[in-house]
Design a protein around this ligand. Structure first.
Ligand SMILES: NC(=O)c1ccc[n+]([C@@H]2O[C@H](COP(=O)([O-])OP(=O)(O)OC[C@H]3O[C@@H](n4cnc5c(N)ncnc54)[C@H](OP(=O)(O)O)[C@@H]3O)[C@@H](O)[C@H]2O)c1
Length: 389
């Protein structure tokens, strides 16, 4: 059996690290052929050296120029920067599958470039579908390209659906850990600091998604991601809080049967499933043994405490550009919160105000989506300057 060539965008991140574990453990099936990162050249160079890579992209021009000057990468390495650099990696002739795991919407252009080049997409960056799901999924369909979900909830749904026809599926049920602040009161949440928000009880992840998980904006983004990945109507997607993060999501069939996918809270399970799909091989980590007592709880989400989830659902229902506005405002809000410019409840308030101020419409093409993304970001930044959040 020939090896699948893998390109890893976001190689130095949390998903990147877990992907590398899966690739090392499955070297008979998977071959890393290229990597990209944002601005941290040293860890990227270490990965390039370990895997003997010739194709690397470092998005940040300055960091890239410095790395070139200092000879950090070997002479045999073709090092490129900027969005062209990411696109070059995403379309490498040796690549069969491109793992998109960069922060935020930065993955949009390389995802589209990879689709156009006929590469399979292993998608971790949910923001790509929240921003432009309609156009990305249409391009994938037109090109006969598979978009396989790395996000653990969507991967669970994908496994539970197992190709079932739409008319047999009643709904999908996304589980949410509820984050570290699930048991705080609304009043107590006002004092949450960036340091506290950057600690997740179950998952070890990058900074943005960790804050998103604590506000449940992450689950909101996942609602919208699920809509595009599985072609579901908004009312067919339910969220339930499951603090143990063992049941990664469920599918309810029309006959009332509910199928769930379970594994410990580690991304290696979903990543391996996608990279080897449809083949199954022993995983890189021990799974559940059921030798000790284990309680699995499920609660409805509290939308008063977690307004970001309510706002995301409203944006999904409003459709058009509303999900892109939600996403842009959330990215600005999280950055501002981590920068101590706004309070923790300010994140939801800023998203709410931005959604009210930026007119919703149905974007006719990708450029209109990108324009609305920029206007929403500008509006959020202006609101930060003129309001107290
Ligand atoms: N972590 C999880 O468990 C998890 C689960 C599901 C979905 N996701 C999604 O996966 C994506 C990545 O999350 P993460 O937790 O792995 O993030 P992370 O740990 O912060 O890593 C982000 C990666 O993206 C790179 N990067 C940042 N800006 C870039 C740019 N402009 N161009 C190219 N690369 C850039 C970073 O490079 P530097 O190191 O150089 O900054 C790093 O390699 C997010 O969309 C997240 O929502 C993550």
């Amino acid at each position: 059996m020939s090896k699948r060539g893998v390109v890893l965008l976001g190689a130095t991140g949390s998903i990147g690290e877990n992907s590398l574990r899966v690739i090392r453990a499955n070297s008979d099936r998977l071959q890393l052929v290229g990597i990209a990162g944002g601005s941290r050249a040293e860890p990227l160079a270490a990965i390039a050296e370990e895997f003997g890579l010739r194709n690397v992209a470092l998005f940040d021009d300055e960091a890239c120029a410095q790395a070139r000057q200092s000879g950090l990468f070997g002479e045999e390495v073709n090092l490129s920067s900027g969005i062209e650099g990411l696109n070059r990696l995403a379309t490498l002739p040796d690549a069969d599958v491109v793992v998109v795991a960069v922060v935020g919407t930065m993955g949009l252009h390389p995802t589209l470039a990879a689709i156009e080049a006929g590469k399979e997409i292993a998608l971790a960056s949910k923001e790509v579908l929240v921003l432009a799901g309609k156009f990305v999924m249409a391009a994938a369909k037109a090109g006969g390209v598979r978009v396989l979900p790395v996000d653990s909830e969507h991967n669970a749904v994908f496994q539970c659906l197992n190709g079932a026809p739409d008319h047999e599926v009643e709904r999908i049920i996304l589980t949410a850990s509820g984050g570290p602040f699930r048991n705080l009161s609304v009043a107590e949440m006002a004092a949450i600091t960036p340091r506290e928000a950057l600690k997740h009880p179950n998952w070890s992840m990058g900074a943005k998604i960790t804050v998103d998980s604590s506000t449940m904006a992450n689950k909101g983004l996942e609602l919208i991601e699920a809509r595009w990945l599985f072609g579901m109507e908004p009312e067919q997607i339910k969220v339930v809080v499951h603090p143990q993060s063992i049941v990664h999501s469920m599918v309810e069939y029309v006959d009332g049967s509910i199928l769930a996918q379970l594994s410990p809270p580690s991304m290696t399970f979903a990543i391996q499933h996608v990279l080897l799909y449809p083949e199954r091989k022993p995983g890189v980590e021990q799974t559940l043994t059921f030798e000790d007592t284990m309680n699995l709880e499920f609660h409805p989400p509290d939308l008063e405490k977690f307004p970001c989830l309510r706002l995301a659902r409203e944006a999904m229902e409003a459709a058009g550009a509303a999900p892109a506005i939600f996403n842009a405002a959330n990215e600005v809000a999280v950055e501002a919160f981590l920068d101590k410019q706004i309070s923790y409840p300010g994140i939801g308030e800023l998203i709410d105000h931005t959604l009210q101020k930026v007119d919703n419409f149905e974007p006719a093409n990708l450029q209109e989506v990108l324009d609305i993304d920029q206007s929403a970001r500008r509006m959020s930044r202006d609101l930060i300057e003129t309001h107290e959040f």
